[in-house]
Design a protein around this ligand. Structure first.
Ligand code: ADP
Length: 266
């Protein structure tokens, strides 16, 4: 959308004002572009040294043998390296999205398979916390969207569900039709999100509880990426929550028309 003013007479006062406005707007856009490029470049440059630090740390961890002191120190360092890596990856995604550099590859996607794939990636994390993760739904529901982007959205939601649910907690994922959309519902047994935070949690770097999020290794970017991923696929996201009773996040994505029309019986 071009917000530049159309100037009918560049020599009168209104014309001067319009020109000054357009000039300022141009400079502002230039600065935003520079900022976006800087974020993208910086994130990209940080990837390589982080990978190197992680490799060295992993070797060091193997060599410490039974020395619990060093094992703990190196273990903590690796956790922070992993957190930084997630942060850098998220920043890269966001700066690419802001710059409109992400090509959408929309196609029919089996929704239950997508969710099961994401759940498999988080299996070991949930097992560590002895959580029960149940994935249910109709196996033939097909949505229309970009598979990788939506997979990332479901991973982020499930990751939060695991992170914020207690040890022994339960997580339920349900895939169903909702009018002409596919609804993916993720319900957890964590602390929930009270009403004053409900909109804000989708903002970048917003955290309800800074200390808790840090302890869980969060980056504060997960839900903003989910929101972008859903919107760019013409979908929506809802959050229903009562404090103390967990959260239910529901994303709705257009159903794939080619695969969801009922078969004619005749
Ligand atoms: P983070 O990496 O910090 O989890 P997110 O953008 O994914 O970042 O979430 C933003 C904040 O919303 C979190 O810091 C947390 O306070 C809150 N939050 C997100 N998901 C949940 C959830 N399932 N249960 C409770 N709080 C949540």
């Amino acid at each position: 959308l071009d917000a530049r003013l159309a100037i009918s007479n560049p020599d009168d006062e209104l014309g001067h004002l319009g020109q000054a406005f357009n000039l300022t707007l141009g400079r502002l856009e230039g600065s935003f572009d520079q900022l976006r490029r800087f974020t993208a470049d910086a994130s990209h440059e940080l990837r390589t040294p982080l990978t190197a630090i992680r490799s060295v740390g992993e070797v060091a961890l193997q060599k410490t043998g039974d020395g619990p002191y060093y094992r703990d120190i190196i273990g903590s360092m690796l956790e922070e390296v992993n957190r930084l890596t997630r942060l850098v990856e998220s920043l890269l995604t966001i700066s690419r999205a802001d710059a409109g550099q992400i090509d959408l590859h929309q196609a029919p996607v089996n929704a239950l398979e997508l969710v099961q794939e994401a759940a498999t990636l988080l299996e070991s994390l949930a097992e560590e916390k002895q959580q029960n993760v149940v994935v249910e739904g109709n196996p033939s529901i097909t949505l229309w969207g970009d598979r990788l982007i939506l997979r990332q959205a479901v991973i982020n939601l499930l990751d939060n569900a695991v992170k914020y649910s207690p040890v022994g907690g339960s997580i339920r994922v349900d895939v169903c039709f909702d009018v002409d959309t596919v609804a993916i519902e993720i319900q957890d047994s964590g602390p929930g999100i009270s009403v004053e935070h409900r909109e804000k949690v989708f903002e970048r770097f917003y955290r309800v509880d800074e200390a808790r999020t840090r302890a869980e290794g969060g980056t504060g970017l997960g839900l903003s990426i989910v929101k972008w991923a859903v919107l760019v696929n013409a979908g929506s996201i809802d959050l229903v929550s009562e404090p103390g009773e967990g959260c239910t996040f529901t994303i709705r994505i257009p159903a794939s028309k080619t695969h969801t029309l009922p078969h004619k019986s005749s």
